[in-house]
Ligand binder design. Structure first.
Ligand SMILES: Cc1ncc(COP(=O)(O)O)c(C=O)c1O
Length: 421
């Protein structure tokens, strides 16, 4: 039997799926066989407020009845305008271009960086990015992603002129980070149009880029007039304990790429947010950005996004940083004394790097993921040959400290069971 559903990035299958997920409530998912999972992936990192948030549902319902769609080429829908205004005021930025996904936002940012240089009479077209970054699967986003290069091979040629900042071997060595940033700029400053920063290399193994390195990147971008693109698709809207990492690090991106939690994952939406300076430059030149798709800025997606901004007004009450400390602390406690394991993360973005066998075969990781699932814990993994492999957790902000501690204990137990005492 052919399985009629192709899931992007996974092997094409025959046969029926093992189970179907039918329902979600709060932090739980319910399968057709009645099994319950605690969703510590928050969907695919995009449902931090859990399933069934009544405020989000109500806003979508109200918008659906009033006006579900507005053609942004011919008109401006009230919410399309008001949401852009609200988001820009909150972020202290200049303008918003809507997309349907994070990948599409990255593609738009790469275009804008090249166009920016062209508007300034420069021939620079290169893009600097991090060698363990993930930015999506459309062509520019895939070209900008340092991970999955082998998987990307069948789709070659990717876009030209992408150059990598090398992740230091010692992830905690700030001076090695600074050196890696400096080396990449030194080698490519004459070609670089833009730089894409992923401030926590999430798919790359949950590696927080040190704030000092983020600030060095921002300062070199200014020095060499390279457009700074901050990809906060996975970290944005509070995942790491502050609404956005750029705010905590004290930098000002030229372009901010958003998606995922922007509307709690209920409807497709992404956004490119431009700084005031960049907005004014485009306006002065009367230049347009040719990056458009029919559903970008869909009003139902925006109603949900606007509801998320309401929820973000109460962000402090979710205590994301404190909850992250509890979760990471309990994982560390449960895994103490084990060799070759590194627990790391920021806020409620957590990763556990696990030992990788010399032959690169990762049967133990597969076994661990199955065991966690059998214990009712939805999980996600990273596997970057030559770099790292492990499990990641992005619990929803609505998780309680007690529950986070209990799940961390259960996770540690399964890791001990799978990887030795
Ligand atoms: C940092 C980052 N950027 C971009 C993307 C791509 O977003 P999307 O899957 O919505 O295209 C992702 C998705 O995981 C991501 O984690």
């Amino acid at each position: 039997m052919i399985n009629p559903l192709v899931r992007g990035g996974l092997p094409v299958e025959t046969g029926e799926p093992e189970e179907l997920i039918e329902r979600g409530e709060g932090e739980y998912l319910y399968a057709s066989d009645g099994k319950r999972y605690i969703d510590y992936c928050s969907g695919l990192w995009n449902t931090p407020f859990g399933y069934g948030n009544p405020h989000i549902q109500e806003r979508i319902r109200e918008q659906m009845e009033r006006l579900p769609f507005c053609n942004l080429i011919s008109w401006t829908g009230d919410l399309q305008y008001e949401y852009a205004k609200r988001l820009c005021a909150w972020l202290e930025m200049g303008s918003v271009l809507y997309t349907c996904s994070g990948s599409e936002a990255i593609d738009g940012a790469v275009k804008a960086a090249r166009q920016y240089q062209q508007m300034n009479g420069s021939s620079r077209r290169g893009i600097l990015a991090m060698d363990l970054s993930y930015h999506g699967t459309t062509y520019a986003a895939m070209s900008a992603s340092g991970v999955d290069r082998i998987e990307a091979e069948p789709y070659s040629p990717l876009l030209p002129e992408f150059y990598w900042i090398k992740t230091p071997e010692d992830l905690y060595d700030v001076s090695a980070w600074l050196e890696a940033v400096g080396t990449c700029f030194e080698a490519h400053k004459n070609e670089a149009a833009g730089l894409i920063l992923e401030p926590v290399l999430a798919s790359g193994g949950v590696i927080p880029v040190p704030d000092e390195a983020i600030r060095e990147i921002a300062s070199l971008c200014r020095k060499y007039d390279v457009l700074l693109i901050d990809d906060e698709v996975s970290t944005g809207f509070g995942r790491t304990g502050t609404p956005f990492i750029f705010q905590r690090a004290g930098i000002r991106p030229d372009i901010l790429c958003l998606s995922k939690a922007i509307n709690n994952g209920v409807l497709p939406l992404g956004a490119l947010v431009f700084s005031e300076d960049l907005t004014l430059l485009y306006a002065k030149r009367r230049a347009s950005i040719l990056h458009f798709s029919t559903q970008a800025g869909n009003l139902l997606s925006l109603a949900a996004a606007d509801a998320v901004l309401d929820l973000m007004e109460d962000y402090e009450s979710y205590r994301v940083a404190e909850k992250g400390d509890v979760f990471l602390g309990k994982l560390n406690e449960g895994l103490s004394g084990m060799e070759g394991i590194d627990v790391r993360g920021r806020g409620l973005l957590a990763g556990i790097a696990l030992p990788v066998p010399a032959d690169g075969q990762n049967q133990k990781l597969g076994l661990l993921l199955t065991r966690l699932k059998n214990k009712g814990i939805a999980n996600y993994y990273f596997n970057n040959p030559g770099y790292n492999a492990g499990v990641s957790f992005l619990p929803p902000y609505i998780a309680t400290e007690q529950q986070l501690a209990a799940v961390a204990e259960r996770v540690a137990l399964q890791i001990r069971r799978t990887y030795g005492v």
